[in-house]
Design a protein around this ligand. Sequence first.
Ligand SMILES: NC(=O)c1ccc[n+]([C@@H]2O[C@H](COP(=O)([O-])OP(=O)(O)OC[C@H]3O[C@@H](n4cnc5c(N)ncnc54)[C@H](OP(=O)(O)O)[C@@H]3O)[C@@H](O)[C@H]2O)c1
Length: 348
Amino acid sequence: MKSLWQQLVRQRQYATDAAGAARKWIYAKAFQGEPHHGNFRLETEPLPATLQPGEFLAQAEYLSVDPYMRPYMLAYPEGSLMIGGQIARVTRSENAHFPVGATVFGQFGWRTHTVCDPARLEKDKPYVLPDFGGLPTSLGLGILGMPGNTAYFGLQELCQPQPGETVVVSGAAGAVGSVVGQIAKIKGCRAVGIAGTEEKCEWLRKIGFDAAINYKRNDVYGELKKAAPRGVDCYFDNVGGSVTETVLKQMNVYGRIAVCGAISNYNSAVGKVTDPQRQFVFKQLRMEGFLVWRWNDRWLEGIEGNLRWIREGRLAYEETVTEGFERMPDAFIDMLRGGNTGKAVVKV
Ligand SMILES: NC(=O)c1ccc[n+]([C@@H]2O[C@H](COP(=O)([O-])OP(=O)(O)OC[C@H]3O[C@@H](n4cnc5c(N)ncnc54)[C@H](OP(=O)(O)O)[C@@H]3O)[C@@H](O)[C@H]2O)c1
């Protein structure tokens, strides 16, 4: 139940939007350590009364909060718009490819309304969402968007998992990791997830992981010995640090490691780990980092592949939804602390 004060705030915000202004979150103070509310500032910006040819106006419906925002924002000066993707509805348009009523994905940043002319963008072009067949459009930020494609291509292209092999994924209950483990199962592998709470581990087992390890509660080395008795053939790394150091010690000969992220050190200095070279030489391991944009030219293939598996009942998903644009910083801070299961999104 919303308080009267919250209702009044929301009503005033809608009035502001209707009057022709966008709300936006500014990167007010550079991140140092864990992000906090002082890093962000909410501003309004007037919207133009008319659009130029080629432009459309998009009204945000769901916004994404992602780990990459923490390290990426360090490259931006204070006062910049917070970066990020969103699902938005086109409310005015002078562009036939983005008609009024269309639902689009755009890298518009943390803002409620955006005037966009795709022709003026060199990269990060917006696109009209493919037909999700009645599934929530918010999935375009998760399993049917960037994180889903990260799992789809990163696992299959870099790890090339073979039936009967063991795949381990860290950050397993998140947007990327939960899809990685399920695709590993689809490929006939044993899937082992590493995540931060008992509830997350329970959910992973429910959606088909063979085993799940709570890295905050348990001895990961010992538990992994039990969960992967034949050793680890593929490791999809979302976290880096000591969890990764532990997994590397149990890799099999010719093991493949896809380095997707290193969230364990996004808020802090890189922790000391022992020299992993010995494992790489004697086990003849292959480790490759990647950015999902590598597969930009196959973007729809990934979305359609994951959509087909959802329809076939072979891929499950979860979303952690925070209500209210004004709570973007809360959602971001919470996600970095592990508050989300599946994809963390904000509903405007
Ligand atoms: N290479 C690419 O193109 C690409 C694309 C997308 C994402 N990524 C990377 O993939 C990783 C996962 O992203 P996502 O969007 O799926 O996020 P996510 O897993 O949905 O959310 C972040 C999760 O990270 C975990 N975490 C936080 N601090 C941690 C720590 N110190 N050690 C271990 N885990 C920690 C938390 O879960 P727990 O409760 O389990 O700790 C939290 O829920 C990130 O590293 C991200 O940067 C890379």
